[in-house]
Design a protein around this ligand. Structure first.
Ligand code: FMN
Ligand code: SF4
Length: 385
């Protein structure tokens, strides 16, 4: 792991919370808005705006949920934050609770991370004993506590509304939106739901201010971002880069040579080819998810695509037809191509139309992005078909 701002200590715990409590709750919301912080879970929604909606929503109770599901293939940056920046995560959630008027925090943890649950619970117990969580935090008229829940392994449960269904003990399936969780979330109460890394950025903004945060990144993509980088390179791992860094800069950093393709933003992200390596990774370029996978020139991109499509077919919850049927049909086609069959132009045209229908009509982000690798890989690596 490259040493980074997100992982280094920022300021002493009591000092940080006192500094946060010196603001009125709405002033914290405004500060987060001013910082330009956008959600680090993939969609890049402005965090301050999300907190504002929740703060202004009517509800006897409100919830703050940390999405620690981290199910995206190739992503492992939240694992590092959960282990090494637990303080920042707890601080970020506590400050979110104070800002939106919530006393309840929940960390929804990826099933495969069960091994870290005890340590995380010990940490929240310790924070309670030190007066940083629980009743009247640091003597203030503000209570906030955090509990943990485990996912059972489904990728779709990382989608925020499926996550909430799962928390409520129901089958993990996406809900129709609206209403959004900020209005009607967990148990019908207004709910802020953010990624681990999003919360971990909050202490820095409280400590150093919005302007300092905006010195990193670009105008529309403020700050730095953690990337889990894997595949054909000398030094895979978790790296913190300025948003807006070029694909080639990232490849140089991890010692990737002879690179054929870079998968940016998980299986449903973009597949960049050599002609695109000067493009930036940011919301106005290649949208940054948590994962970057590198493939060198020895790789056959149809094999890669088959892997992604089989994943989506397996993980589709089956609730809506475009995703359930679309992932199956695209996977079947890729398997035929992988076995050496050549599909004619008419068949390819139909598959590309299907990809477009899936994008427009699927109910949640899984189906809306599942056809991306099919389209990108077909467009950029046609020689492998
Ligand atoms: C299929 C699917 C899986 C997702 N998995 C995760 C996940 O593991 N972690 C995460 O933070 N967001 C995940 N998301 C995004 C969430 O729905 C949501 O946008 C995010 O938790 C909001 O937090 P943020 O604003 O801080 O990014 C997923 C979305 C989809 C469609
Ligand atoms: S898009 Fe896929 S995962 Fe999402 S609700 Fe529809 S079937 Fe389920």
């Amino acid at each position: 792991m490259q040493r980074s701002r997100l992982l280094s200590p920022i300021c002493e715990y009591t000092e940080l919370l006192n500094r946060a409590f010196s603001y009125q709750p709405q002033a914290i919301v405004e500060l987060i808005k001013d910082s330009g912080l956008r959600g680090r879970g993939g969609a890049g929604f402005p965090t301050g705006l999300k907190w504002d909606f929740t703060a202004k929503a009517e509800g006897k109770k409100k919830y703050v949920i940390c999405n620690a599901d981290e199910g995206e293939p190739g992503t492992f940056k939240d694992r590092v934050l959960l282990l090494e920046s637990t303080d920042k995560l707890i601080q970020g959630m506590t400050i979110a609770g104070y800002a939106v008027g919530s006393n309840y925090g929940i960390i929804y943890l990826r099933a495969e991370y069960k091994w870290m649950l005890n340590d995380l619970m010990n940490k929240t117990d310790e924070m309670k004993n030190r007066g940083y969580l629980g009743k009247n935090i640091l003597g203030k008229d503000f209570d906030f506590d955090i509990e943990f829940r485990l996912n059972a392994g489904a990728y779709v449960c990382g989608e925020e509304t499926a996550l909430i269904e799962s928390l409520e003990g129901k089958r993990g399936e996406a809900r129709n939106k609206p209403p959004y969780p900020a209005q009607e979330g967990y148990l019908g109460y207004p709910t802020v739901i953010n990624n681990v890394e999003t919360f971990c950025n909050v202490p820095y903004i409280i400590c150093h201010g919005a302007e300092e945060f905006k010195k990193f990144g670009t105008d529309k993509s403020c700050g730095t971002k953690l990337f889990s980088i894997s595949g054909d390179c000398e030094a895979p791992g978790v790296y913190e880069l300025d948003l807006g860094s070029k694909v080639q800069d990232m490849l140089d950093l991890v010692g990737s040579r002879n690179t054929k393709a870079v998968q940016i933003g998980g299986a449903g992200g973009a597949t960049a080819s050599e002609k695109d390596f000067d493009k930036p990774i940011c919301y106005e370029g290649y949208p940054p998810g948590g994962s970057i996978m590198i493939f060198n020139k020895s790789r056959n991109m149809v094999h890669v695509l088959r892997n992604f499509m089989e994943f989506f077919e397996e993980e589709s919850c089956g609730q809506c037809t475009p995703c359930r049927e679309g992932t199956k049909r695209l996977t079947d086609a890729v398997i035929r191509i992988d076995r050496g069959e050549k599909l004619n132009d008419e068949e390819m045209k139909t598959l590309l139309e299907l990809a477009e229908v899936m994008k427009i009509t699927s109910k949640c982000g899984l189906g809306q992005t599942a056809a991306n690798p099919f389209v990108y890989i077909y467009e950029n690596f046609r020689e492998d078909f």
